[in-house]
Design a protein around this ligand. Structure first.
Ligand SMILES: *Cc1c(COP(=O)(O)O)cnc(C)c1O
Length: 339
């Protein structure tokens, strides 16, 4: 038994999802003739109360497309210093859009309306880049699965509207946030211009992300996706997996959250652990005591067929998911207590 807690992307399709994939009706999506893709896009747009949606192979491509849709070369976006769009998309912000990032020193990957306001370059001061976009992340990845307070997002919306800035959400794990906070997709749809949603994280599909937004901003999305090489053919097999996940894999995210919390609670009581960050969703970030060696710790777990990952700066990360069973959970908690 291998217990892989490096990421919620390591899951494989469940038998039910496999059935949905095998029975999918497909067509050539580049001609927009794939009924499963069309159904998924329609469903996601409706769910978030937006006019349009487009299916992509990866979350990075959805974020990069959104950034391209909101900006012109030379402009600047505002995001947290830990943002995925800045740290983990291969420098795509500058490569694809010719845009720079103003990094904000947020709390657990989250930034405030006030911080955003302070970081907007005055639009008539032509020496500095024109600020045109704000990117938020919810839940935050490097911030340990932390969730925004909706009240803060409302304030951020007001700042963006007042200053003529686009507002994009990297919602790779938005359903984790919705389940944890008891909020609805429409509440988020009403606040953001564009939202990128991953199907391949907690929802457990082999691939796929969806970008939602209103028709005016989304009309060029298909062109940008083409430029980035993201036009796919009979990809309805994967859209069918996405539709299945929306029906079957959302409510169960609460189980992932519960197990992550239990892991956090056990870790807190171990002498070798210095600190555990608050666990809000399916990510646990913790730090070892200074005398412990991080690599050795990971290696020691690996010899017991348990995989976790390091995020640098002493951060160790555990992510619970669909393929992490109760049997694995019991075993893992035991190992943590005797390690
Ligand atoms: C995983 C992830 C993405 C998308 O990553 P891909 O691997 O390109 O699908 C985007 N944002 C966050 C916060 C993520 O965790």
């Amino acid at each position: 038994m291998i217990i892989d807690l490096r990421s919620d992307t390591v899951t494989k399709p469940t038998p039910g999802m496999m059935q949905a994939i095998m029975h999918a009706e497909v067509g050539d999506d580049v001609y927009k003739e794939d009924p499963s893709v069309n159904a998924l896009e329609h469903k996601m747009a409706t769910l978030f109360g937006k006019e349009a949606a487009l299916f992509f192979p990866t979350g990075s491509m959805t974020n990069q497309t959104a950034i391209k849709l909101h900006t012109q070369p030379g402009e600047q976006l505002i995001c947290d210093k830990w943002a995925h769009v800045y740290n983990y998309e291969g420098g795509g912000v500058s490569f694809n859009s010719g845009v720079s990032c103003k990094l904000v020193d947020g709390h657990r990957g989250m930034i405030t309306a006030q911080q955003i306001e302070e970081n907007i370059n005055p639009p008539d001061f032509y020496h500095s880049p024109l600020t045109t976009l704000v990117c938020l992340e919810n839940t935050t990845n490097k911030g340990g699965g932390a969730c925004y307070d909706l009240k803060e997002i409302k304030k951020i919306r007001t700042v963006c509207t007042k200053n003529n800035l686009g507002l994009h959400l990297d919602g790779a794990r938005i359903f984790n946030a919705l389940v944890a906070k008891g909020e609805s997709p429409k509440q988020y749809g009403a606040l953001f211009d564009t939202i990128s949603i991953c199907l391949s994280k907690g929802l457990g599909t082999p691939l796929g992300s969806v970008l939602v937004g209103n028709a005016n901003i989304m009309k060029n999305a298909i062109r940008v996706r083409k430029v980035l090489g993201g036009g796919m053919r009979q990809v309805g097999y994967m859209a069918a997996a996405g539709l299945y996940a929306l029906e079957n894999h959302i409510e169960r995210l609460a189980d992932d959250h519960k197990r992550a919390k239990e892991i956090g609670d056990v870790l807190k009581r171990q002498a070798y652990v210095k600190e555990v960050e608050p666990v809000e969703t399916n990510i646990v970030i913790f730090y070892l005591q200074p005398e412990e060696n991080e690599n050795k710790f990971i290696q020691k777990l690996a010899t017991k067929n348990i995989r976790i990952s390091s995020m640098g700066q002493g951060k160790l990360r555990i992510v619970t998911h669909l393929d992490y069973t109760s049997e694995m959970h019991e075993r893992f908690l035991e190992v943590l207590k005797i390690t």
